[in-house]
Design a protein around this ligand. Structure first.
Ligand code: BG6
Ligand code: MG
Length: 218
């Protein structure tokens, strides 16, 4: 097996559970627009870009809106989301996230972020880990978002390592697909039906077993 040199971590749903904030912000927009939207509907937006998320939320009504209206709704949802992000603190780390970061550093691996979110820097700053990463890929880094491999390939290039020496940790189906398409070792967080295509799967970030993935540290 190729020797893993770097870990590329998704942010929302791997290091912090901002998905509740994304849901609350989309729900507020959906209520404004009188569109039904539930927590279960929100699950389909995991790892999906802001624009694509809005398209899913609007469903068959998407063609009733002009481009200007779509832009305004994306901006409105983001302002609702940013209001909620103002409350984000280090208490919002998912269990095991800090320990994972520490363990990866201790093993001498490069550690990077690969998130579809344009709010990545804000979230990392609020979690007080912005300075920790060797590279940060976010919603501004590439044109084609997950499930295209572009973001993870971009991060690997930033790190100066070959894609096949990277491991990706992802909680979204689209992210798992992106990592596999990028020829990277793929670690899924969540249920089989969502991330079962990954090489390794764990129920939560806290359950990740680096010894199983990498072997015991020397
Ligand atoms: C992903 C989230 O990380 O980022 C999605 O899982 C979100 O729910 C996407 O839609 C884009 O985020 P943002 O912050 O750019 O709207
Ligand atoms: Mg995610």
């Amino acid at each position: 097996m190729t020797c893993i040199q770097a870990f590329i971590l998704d942010l929302d749903g791997v290091l912090t559970d901002t998905s509740i904030y994304h849901f609350q912000a989309w729900k507020r927009l959906a209520d404004d627009e009188q569109i039904p939207f539930t927590r279960a509907d929100n699950e389909h937006l995991r790892g999906v870009s802001r624009r694509q998320s809005l398209m899913l939320l609007l469903g068959t009504q998407r063609n009733d809106y002009t481009e200007a209206e779509i832009q305004e709704m994306m901006a409105r949802k983001n302002s609702y989301y940013q209001e909620l992000l103002a409350e984000l603190t280090t208490a919002n780390f998912l269990p095991g996230a800090s320990e994972l970061l520490q363990a990866l550093k201790q093993r001498g691996l490069k550690v990077a972020i690969g998130s579809a979110s344009k709010n990545t820097h804000t979230v990392l700053r609020r979690l007080q880990i912005l300075e920790l990463f060797d590279a940060i890929g976010d919603g501004y880094s590439v044109e084609h978002t997950k499930p295209a491999p572009d973001l993870f390939l971009h991060v690997a290039a930033e790190l100066g390592v070959a894609p096949e020496t990277c491991a990706v940790v992802e909680d979204a189906r689209s992210g798992v697909e992106a990592a596999l398409a990028g020829n990277m070792l793929t670690i899924g967080i969540g249920p089989e039906e969502r991330v079962g295509a990954a090489h390794y799967r764990y129920a939560s970030t806290a359950a990740i077993d680096l010894d199983e993935i990498l072997g015991s540290p020397k």
